[in-house]
Design a protein around this ligand. Structure first.
Ligand code: ADP
Ligand code: MG
Length: 694
């Protein structure tokens, strides 16, 4: 294994490289751009571009690209050469400050939800200096934002950056009202734990469902799945170990430090947890991690599946988004310390989370809504589609005492057992072991567990930052109006917030049936599917929120809603079409082959004067199954055809949910039943047992 110290961050144009390669004056200017959002003048930009180019070329780069994140949720890039050949044959360097700052890709094929017509296909990419430039293969990648000709946002990074600014401004304002004038910036920090499946590439290539949709549309439950829990933290297969070693190395070079890799609950499932960093870089790093995982897997004869539910009957994959707030003075605002009851600042930030999450449960739900995540949420392997907060017994005890105006007497059980007067370290003590909660306080951060494995974390973090900014602004407005004892007012705000929004706190089992009915009784939002959730992105209250904090205009919100709905529609349509074609071109023909061999056997037996055996019964059973599958495929076919009728995006998504998905379920059940009755050699593609059990 390569030496970590010598390779870490060697492919990143980070602070140390900047310091070394830029003049002190330009370095200072660039730092101000990064830290305070200043603009870089063109002379300085030229110097930065030159230094980047030299550094990149010394490291083998020949091209550069503006690396951006359109609303497809994956990254896009257009490569340009550093050098251009002139008419006289001389070679000229072609990378200036202007080219660093702005690019103009032809953007007509990226989703815009009607924001940009094809005749003005130009989009702009603009350098985001707050995330480091890095090297990928022979290309210098410049993280950029992406917008339309008329300045409308077309990507996932811009809203995230805006939300970070709104959050910092609101948090700093509140801290100043609490006399914390030493703080000038507040950052959201994120660590995204990434789950994934690794399977042999040969199996992946033999299944068109995996190839086209990223998930298996068929597959009977294997005799052994994850019942024995023998995969979780088990030993790694050698090829998986080699994959992980190479993945680590590639990520380290890019400054991503992954600290744990182990097997997850399902067979062939694993997890990677990076060390947390600023939300914007964490998001870029996660996009990069997903891409590199796929590439490295390929080199090892494996395939990395990031789909939320590649296999039925076993757990799917999520992405735990650990989120915290820290100040420029290095303080974690969610760290309770040893005496949280008297820590007004901590409690105020905690109360802001409670208010924000309760008021905008819908937005958090929508931020993780997709056709693929629907298979996970609420399926007793991931949180339900209901947002609630887990605080743990101790923190809830503190808050209950405050809400009821009582003194907090500490966590008695712990203290009695330990036999000492001093409270144990609160941060350690409250760390969450309730794995069923969608949004858990884990000592000094919140872990949002609803995001799906394949999605960009930009959306959930953008929502978290924005709703937090909103709650903090509300608190600051109230504190600002009072010139009397602000601490007393702050405690009143905390108390009132708990009374008003306490319903969002739930420390019990989120997977239980009872919770669903209790949550509904509490009036919590429950959009079961993405098709139900997404249209509410454009609800008036959300338009107001995003407008107030300058994240999106109304038309940007509406276009995003449309894009999400269209994506839901398209994904299900592709799945349905793939399914239909696999039934008609692979499964039924395989069943016919098996039937025909059975019939031949029956004829041979009869010719030999042997009596009818069980073969006839078996042939009949399979023939009946095939008849039913044929019929169900016809119904699916009609349902797919019906999706072409003109409808608006919301109705079209609802149609897929109500008409196409149920038809797909029926087809699958019948095909899976046949799989367990047809000869293994005849079945047309690898089964679950082949793919995931080793
Ligand atoms: P576990 O959840 O297994 O106990 P950790 O709490 O150490 O593990 O961390 C899980 C993930 O949370 C890691 O990606 C880690 O970098 C991230 N993380 C830890 N502390 C913070 C923090 N203050 N803010 C954001 N993410 C964090
Ligand atoms: Mg976790």
């Amino acid at each position: 294994m390569a030496d970590f110290e010598h390779i870490f961050s060697t492919r990143v144009f980070n602070d140390a490289v900047m310091k070394k390669r830029l003049s002190p004056a330009t370095y200072e200017k660039l730092r101000r751009v990064i830290d305070e959002g200043d603009e870089l003048d063109i002379t300085a930009a030229n110097e930065v571009a030159k230094a980047m180019k030299e550094w990149a070329m010394e490291n083998g780069a020949t091209h550069y690209t503006h690396w951006f994140q359109p609303m497809t949720g994956i990254t896009a890039e257009k490569h340009d050469s550093f050098l251009s050949v002139q008419s006289d044959g001389s070679v000229l360097s072609d990378f200036s400050g202007k080219k660093l700052i702005k690019g103009e890709p032809d953007a007509s094929s990226f989703p815009s939800g009607g924001l940009r017509s094809t005749f003005e296909a130009r989009g702009y990419t603009a350098w985001d200096p707050t995330s480091y430039v890095f090297l990928k293969a022979n290309t210098l990648c410049i993280p950029t934002v992406f917008c339309s000709y008329s300045g409308q946002v077309l990507d996932k990074k811009t809203p995230l950056l805006r939300s970070l600014e709104a959050l910092s401004a609101a948090a700093v304002r509140l801290l100043h009202l609490l006399d914390r004038t030493d703080v000038t910036h507040v950052f959201a920090e994120v660590g995204a734990e990434q789950e994934y499946f690794l399977i042999d590439r040969k199996y992946f290539e033999q299944r068109r469902d995996l190839l086209y949709t990223g998930r298996t549309l068929f597959g009977a439950k294997p005799p052994k799945a994850q019942e024995l829990d023998d995969h979780y933290f088990g030993t790694l297969r050698p090829e998986v170990k080699e994959f992980m070693a190479e993945l680590d190395e590639e990520l380290w070079r890019l400054g991503v430090y992954a600290n744990t890799e182990h097997n997850e609950a399902a067979p062939s499932q694993h997890e990677l947890a990076p060390i947390y960093t600023g939300a914007n870089r964490a998001c870029d790093q996660n996009q990069l991690t997903m891409e590199i995982m796929k590439n490295v897997a390929h080199r090892h004869g494996l395939c990395c599946l990031l789909h939320e539910k590649p296999f039925a009957h076993i757990n799917g994959s999520g992405k735990h988004n650990n989120w915290s707030l820290s100040t420029n003075t290095g303080e974690n605002l969610f760290k309770p310390g040893n005496d949280p009851y008297n820590d007004t600042q901590f409690l105020l930030f905690l109360a802001a989370v409670i208010k924000a999450v309760d008021e905008y449960q819908d937005l958090l739900r929508i931020s993780v809504a997709s056709a693929s995540n629907d298979h996970r949420l609420g399926a007793s392997e991931a949180p339900p589609a209901i947002v609630s907060i887990y605080l743990g017994d101790e923190m809830t005890g503190v808050l209950d005492a405050i809400a009821e105006g009582k003194k907090y007497t500490g966590h008695n059980r712990e203290r009695m057992e330990m036999g000492v007067g001093a409270l144990p370290d609160f941060a350690k003590d409250t760390s969450d072991r309730n794995r069923t909660s969608p949004f858990a306080f884990t000592g000094n951060k919140f872990e949002f567990r609803m995001p799906g494995a394949s999605q960009s974390i930009a959306d959930p973090n953008m929502v978290l930052n924005t709703i937090m900014a909103d709650a903090l602004t509300d608190f600051a407005d109230r504190l600002e109006r009072s010139h009397k004892d602000r601490t007393a007012l702050a405690r009143r705000i905390i108390r009132e917030t708990l009374k008003k929004h306490g319903r969002i706190i739930f420390n019990g089992n989120n997977y239980s049936e009872e919770w669903v009915s209790e949550a509904e009784a509490r009036g919590l939002c429950h959009y079961r599917t993405a098709a139900d959730a997404i249209p509410h992105f454009s609800d008036p209250k959300n338009i107001l929120l995003f407008g107030k904090h300058k994240i999106f205009s109304e038309s940007e919100i509406r276009s995003r809603t449309e894009i999400m709905l269209e994506s839901y529609f398209k994904i299900i349509k592709i799945e349905a079409q793939t399914m239909l074609s696999m039934v008609r071109c692979e499964i039924l023909p395989a069943v016919y082959r098996y039937e025909s061999s059975l019939c031949r056997l029956i004829a041979e037996k009869s010719a030999a004067g042997l009596s009818d055996g069980h073969e006839k019964k078996n042939a009949q059973r399979i023939a009946t199954g095939a008849d039913e599958l044929y019929e169900a495929a016809g119904i699916l076919d009609a349902a797919i055809a019906g999706s072409d009728a003109p409808r608006n995006a919301e109705d079209a998504a609802a149609y897929m949910k109500n008409a196409v998905l149920p038809a797909m379920c029926d087809v699958r059940a019948l095909a899976d039943a046949l799989e367990t009755n047809v000869g293994k050699d005849d079945w047309p593609f690898p089964t679950y047992g082949d793919i995931i059990l080793h």
